[in-house]
Design a protein. Structure first.
Length: 336
């Protein structure tokens, strides 16, 4: 039954346990109890603001280590909201035509735990003394096996008590969720020459300062008496150029162009610099023929966060890259 119910009820992100509770002195307890506007559904109540990418867009920043943002966590719910959820789910399941008997039995057993079993009437007589904590999943990571690690059935936690599970939501977990939600700018670099370059000609490369700057996402949770938030900020620190062919040279030789003192990357080409070596760029040694080379540009971002109660720190650096076509032609000589 636990497996079936966790599959039906587990819902949104995992991390480490907080050392103290409430997390970073976020407020908890003594809040008005009210029903959910999403009766019958139990979803994460975390909200995001700032440079937020579209859910499921597949353009998330990629950590440079094997660390991944959390796939699930636990959030609090008021007594009224949790009761509304369970009763609606029970009624809908029982009354659905053709519903399998095992599903009806499972949802009935689940309801009994909180209505007439281990708990009585959803702890309504203790509504001001605590909250129900429920598992939620990251919508972008529903197919990740890690999203099932938060498999505990909903459990009761008295106000200001540690929920006792390592994935209980904290400002750090919110920061890690915001990491996964950041929308970074595309990494198309500006080139000079712009559309077609020549063999053995140094091609200058740079990023638009107006576009490549710090971006932030704030994740907030205000539910069940818990009011916490965290802001995660990504700062560009370097650009890596991969020409798309071994018949090329990069400037610098490593292909990694680091951040300048004015927070720019690379240097725009200007008239009179044709015979200079670009601080960031490429020189192709052979023509691309009738096709193009696939230049890959990858930006590395330094990522840090700050949150409720002065919490904060660094998260693993991330990368985001795209490719663009570069056409390379032979220099045409004219004989007279």
């Amino acid at each position: 039954m636990a497996g079936l119910l966790s599959g039906a009820l587990v819902l949104t992100i995992a991390a480490t346990a907080s050392a103290t509770w409430p997390p970073s002195k976020g407020s908890q307890g003594n809040t008005k109890q009210s029903g959910s506007s999403n009766a019958g559904t139990l979803v994460s109540r975390v909200t995001y603001s700032g440079s937020v990418r579209s859910s499921g867009s597949g353009t998330a920043v990629q950590p440079v280590t094997d660390w991944t943002p959390p796939a699930c966590w636990y959030e609090p719910r008021s007594v009224a909201e949790f009761k509304d959820y369970v009763e609606t789910m029970y009624t809908d399941t029982i009354n659905t035509p053709g519903q399998a008997n095992y599903a009806k039995a499972a949802v009935g057993q689940f309801r009994d735990i909180y209505k007439d079993g281990k708990y009585k009437n959803y702890n309504e007589d203790k509504a001001d003394e605590g909250n129900w904590w429920v598992a939620v999943q990251n919508p972008d990571r529903m197919n990740d096996p890690a999203s099932w690690e938060c498999s505990d059935l909903p459990f009761w936690v008295a106000n200001n008590n540690d929920p006792g599970v390592p994935q209980a939501v904290t400002p750090k977990i919110l920061a890690e969720a915001a990491y996964d939600a950041i929308q970074l700018p595309g990494t198309k670099v500006t080139l000079a020459p712009a559309t077609v370059t020549k063999v053995n000609l140094a091609t200058w490369a740079w990023l638009d300062k107006a576009e490549f700057k710090k971006v932030s996402v704030t994740a907030s949770l205000n539910v069940g008496g818990l009011n916490i938030q965290a802001t995660t900020t990504a700062t560009p620190v370097s650009l890596k150029l991969e020409p798309g062919t071994s018949d090329a040279e990069t400037y610098p030789a490593s292909g990694v162009c680091t951040l300048n003192a004015d927070d720019s990357i690379g240097e725009p080409y200007a008239e009179g610099k044709a015979h200079q070596t670009p601080p960031c760029g490429i020189k192709y040694l052979h023509s691309s023929g009738t096709g193009s080379y696939q230049l890959k540009a990858t930006v590395t971002w330094q990522i840090n966060w700050s949150g409720t109660g002065g919490a904060g720190g660094n998260l693993p650096a991330g990368t985001f890259g795209t490719t663009q076509d570069v056409k390379v032609q032979e220099v045409q000589a004219v004989n007279r």
